[in-house]
Design a protein around this ligand. Structure first.
Ligand SMILES: [Zn+2]
Length: 170
């Protein structure tokens, strides 16, 4: 496993519970780490890896929305990242600089780490599973009766390889 990181992404955003924060905004710094397969054998091809510019753009989009809590912004970024990329895991820290808490404080931050690698209940190999619903939804041709049978047998979504074995090519 390898990590790709964008550290110190800076944004001016209207996130906070005080009126001044909503009107004037304040400074935020985001550090984002993405776990990916080992870099050995990686081709020199941007389309086959995580594009740093896209990560920055996703964060910028999310930080342009005004809201009360940095936790909410963090969750929004995680959602966008999952939608855009197939990630083994990620860690993200959102920092608010000089938070208005009644005295000098350099920064307040919230950090969360996610492991999206789950063990396939059939072959026991690890695969990326964001959540059960989206996993089943990746197989639109799966007949509801087949899904019900597989869910009963395995208790959760199986990996793409096993899906092909049980229900044929998708
Ligand atoms: Zn499997």
């Amino acid at each position: 496993m390898a990590w790709i990181a964008l550290e110190g992404m800076r944004f001016h955003a209207k996130i906070g519970v005080h009126d001044a924060e909503q009107v004037l905004g304040s400074e935020f710094v985001i550090d984002l780490y993405v776990s990916v397969p080992p870099t050995a054998g990686v081709q020199d091809d941007l389309s086959k890896t995580i594009n740093y510019e896209t990560i920055y753009h996703l964060c910028k989009l999310e930080m342009s929305e005004s809201r009360k809590l940095i936790e909410h912004a963090l969750n929004g970024i995680v959602k966008r990242m999952k939608h855009q990329f197939q990630l083994q895991g990620m860690r993200i820290r959102v920092r608010k600089l000089n938070p208005p808490v009644g005295g000098p404080v350099a920064q307040a931050w919230v950090e969360e780490e996610f492991d999206f690698m789950k063990e396939c209940p059939s072959c026991k190999k690890k695969f990326i599973l964001y959540d059960q619903e989206s996993a089943w939804a990746r197989h639109p041709n799966l007949h509801p009766a087949s899904r019900e049978h597989l869910e009963r047998r395995f208790g959760g979504c199986i990996c793409d390889n096993c899906m092909v074995t049980y229900v044929g090519k998708i």
